[in-house]
Structure formats: C-alpha cells, structure tokens
Ligand binder design. Structure first.
Ligand code: SF4
Ligand code: SF4
Length: 446
C-alpha cells in the first residue's frame, strides 16, 4: 500500500504555546545534560561499554544493579499508571521524537517550504530552480541538526570527554566512533525526514500498548460527540438543527498523524492537542463554548459528567508513591564504598600466647563507587579490638576495587563465646563510608 504523505496545517493556539515552551525547556535539558557537571561528574551518562551510569552526579556501577532494576520497575509502573490515567499525553508533550519533529524539523520545513498547501504543491509540482533550492536547503539543515543530535547522543553514551577526543583527534584514531556518528546521523535524518509519524504509529512499542492500557476512564484527547453531533454547516435559520461541529475538518488538517479524532480514540493519536487548538479557534469564531475537542474520558462524555479523580487513580498513585519511597530510601542509604568481608579460607583463629591475644584473618573487598581515589581506614567498633593489615594499599582507585587482608586481634580475656559478632566502620578521614560486620571465632574454654 502506498504511503499517504501527511502535510499537517500549522496551528498556533494556547496549547501549542504551552507545548512550545515545554519543548524548548526539554530541548535545552536534552542538549545541556551531558555538558553540565555535578559532583565532578557529567549530569547524565549512560556508558554501557564501561558499565558506568551517572544520574544527577550520582555514579552507578554494576554493583548497583538492584537499584537499576528497581528504578526500571518504578519507571515501567509509572508509565503504565500514567497512561491508564492520562492516556498518551507523554507522546505529544514530552517524547523527544515528537519534540524534535514538531518543534524543530517541522518548523524548519514550514519556514522554508511554507504551510501545508504550499508544501503539498511544491512536492507535487515539477522540478524547478526554486524547488531544488528549497529542498537542498531543507535537507542540508535536516542533516546538520541530525549530526548535532547524533553528537549529543554519543555524549550520553561515551561521555563528553571521549566525544571531544573523537572530534579533535585525527579520524584514523577513532574509526569506530566516527562510523557511529555517521550511522546515527543518517538514522536521525531518515527518522525526521522520511519516517516521521510512522515512528509513533508503527514502530513505537509504547504506542502499540495503548489498546491494552487505555479504558473509558482514561483522559485522552477526545471529541465530545454528544455535543458535536449531528455535525453539519451552522444553520442559523434553525438553531439546534445541528450539533456544534461545523464539519470544517480543521482538526483533521492539523493532525500530524493524519487521523480524524471525531471517529473516536485511535492508536495513532499522540495526544499532541493540535486538534484542540484548531477546534477551539473554530468554536471561538462561531461563538460556541470551547473544548468540543478536549482532554476528557469516554465515560465523562457519555455520562456528561465533569472528570473527577476515581478511586482507581488514588490506588495507583499510592502504589507508585510506595515504590518511589523505597527507591528514594535505597538511593539515600547507598554508600560510596561497598564492602564485602570474608574470613580468609583455611583459618579459624590464631592464639598469640606472648601477648595473650587471639586473632582472626579476613579478606575484605572494597568497591569504590565514586570516580575519585579514596583513602581508607578500617576501624573495629569494639574499642578492645585492633587491626593489623597485611600489605595494605593506601587508596581504593576511583571506580575500582581493592582486596585488603588483615588480622583482627582481641585480648583473650575479652572472649565470651566461641563465635561472636564483630562490626567495623570504613573511614576516610573523619567520614564514615560504610559499615559492615562479620563473626569472630575464638576458643572459649581458655
Ligand atoms: S475542528 Fe471542530 S468544528 Fe471543525 S470539524 Fe473538527 S470538531 Fe468539527
Ligand atoms: S487527533 Fe489531535 S491530539 Fe491526536 S494526534 Fe491528531 S491532532 Fe494530535
């Protein structure tokens, strides 16, 4: 089946202005995040190759995998709940695909080729000098922006420093990186110049999920058929002969996915709200109340009731809040250095008759989750216990780990049982980095 190219009409209503403002903020954040430094780290880094992830200055390593899984779970539940309640509003207002398409690429296209009718005419018309110039300029700018997006994308994946090296070093030193930039540029260019709404309507799995997630209580962009029908030209002679919809089809002309929202909720609707702006404009002109198309649920249209938060919304929000609280607690309780302590294999205890002490030998693995080298000291919480290191290294390397072997020595007269608990603090100067515990074994019948 031949694809029908869509030429949406540009509309600049109240919601479009809000959407533009939100889009501008998100674009600044998207382009800025890899270049902002917090706690000495890139604000956001998703370095899959080195398995290092940074969010708002907090570094996460493979040891934090449980946090990653929980965060992913919270995110999925959030998306599901949000969609069940508010439909696909994320797609129209916050998805990078829509923001780039509608706020960047579409605007350039309108600026160069004109509004929907002019664009259609240009595409269907013969090849002229004007057409060649306009198309060349448009695709050149599309490629340039795709190149910029591709570089930003790489800054998230490999880090801004590696990206800077990639850009400034000779190409033959980074053949792989250079190839990645070219491939990503081409992919982004094809997405925004050719695929466009197909990404939302065919490719995006979130879009395909809508049929499962939405129900008649979900708030979506919807046409109030009870008010609009029977649609038809405004009949001033017989007031009330038709509904409020004057069948101008402006809502269809502005739709970036080419659907008619008056046919009901459809998977293709990305909740961009362009049709709300368009219809409001028409309603204003014909002196009818606004929001013939608006954010509403099927149930509120059918029962002609204003939308109110249902018990379901409160229930879902409660679950989400609980998960977020657990995640926040785990994030706050997360230590910069993680310690795993094990008794050295093959040993139980050593008696030292010359000074009346008994000692146990341990090996601890210290994992530094920060990017900086950390000086450390292990201190037993029991003031009677002493530590004697075997070949201690002074620092734990940044983003690395260190194995430390040491004796814990206790006076024999302090021993009260064969196996007792012993706890330690891992210190860096006066700062406690971690607390950990193990058992101490000593003969009791001394
Ligand atoms: S813009 Fe409003 S009035 Fe015009 S066709 Fe769409 S729903 Fe009807
Ligand atoms: S139907 Fe309306 S909200 Fe949905 S995609 Fe089209 S213009 Fe946007």
């Amino acid at each position: 089946m031949k694809r029908q190219w869509i030429y949406p009409k540009h509309i600049s209503g109240t919601l479009f202005k809000y959407r533009s403002a939100i889009g501008a903020i998100l674009l600044v954040l998207l382009f800025g995040a890899p270049f902002i430094t917090l706690n000495g780290e890139q604000l956001v880094l998703l370095d899959v190759l080195h398995r290092k992830f940074v969010f708002f200055g907090l570094v996460f390593w493979p040891q934090d995998f449980y946090l990653f899984v929980l965060a992913l779970l919270v995110f999925i539940i959030f998306i599901v709940l949000f969609t069940v309640i508010f439909g696909r509003v994320f797609c129209g207002w916050a998805c990078p695909q829509t923001i780039f398409m509608e706020m960047v690429f579409r605007r350039i296209e309108i600026w160069i080729e004109g509004d929907h009718n002019q664009r259609k005419k240009l595409d269907e018309g013969p090849v002229t000098l004007e057409k060649v110039i306009k198309k060349t300029l448009k695709h050149f700018l599309f490629l340039a922006i795709s190149f910029l997006i591709s570089n930003t994308f790489l800054a998230y994946i490999i880090g801004r420093k590696a990206l800077f090296d990639l850009i400034t070093d000779p190409v033959d030193q980074h053949i792989g990186g250079f190839a990645a930039i070219c491939i990503f540029t081409l992919v982004f260019y094809l997405v925004f110049s050719r695929m466009r709404e197909l990404v939302c309507t065919v490719v995006c799995p979130y879009g395909r999920l809508q049929s499962v997630l939405l129900d008649n209580q979900s708030i979506v962009v919807a046409y109030d058929y009870s008010r609009g029908e029977p649609r038809g030209r405004l009949n001033k002679a017989i007031p009330g002969a038709t509904g409020d919809c004057v069948d101008c089809k402006l809502c269809v002309q502005v739709c970036p996915t080419g659907i008619d929202i008056r046919n009901g909720t459809q998977l293709e609707c990305i909740n961009c709200t362009a049709c709300i702006d368009a219809c409001d404009m028409v309603m204003q002109k014909i002196n009818k109340p606004l929001r013939l198309i608006g954010f509403q649920s099927e149930e509120s249209i059918r029962e002609k009731k204003p939308f109110r938060l249902s018990k379901r919304v409160y229930g879902y929000s409660g679950i989400l809040l609980l998960l977020l609280s657990v995640l926040t607690y785990l994030l706050l309780a997360r230590t910069p250095v993680e310690t795993t302590i094990l008794r050295a294999s093959g040993t139980l205890y050593q008696l030292n008759p010359e000074d009346g002490t008994v000692s146990n030998l341990y090996t601890a693995e210290l994992v530094n989750k920060t990017n900086e080298p950390v000086k450390y000291e292990i201190r037993p919480d029991d003031p009677d216990a002493r530590i004697r290191y075997i070949g201690k290294q002074a620092v734990i390397p940044g983003g690395g780990s260190l194995k430390v072997t040491f004796f814990v020595i206790l006076p024999q007269k302090k021993i009260r049982q064969y196996k007792s608990g012993i706890s330690f603090s891992l210190l860096s100067g006066s700062r406690t980095l971690d607390n950990f515990k193990t058992t101490f074994i000593a003969p009791f019948d001394l």
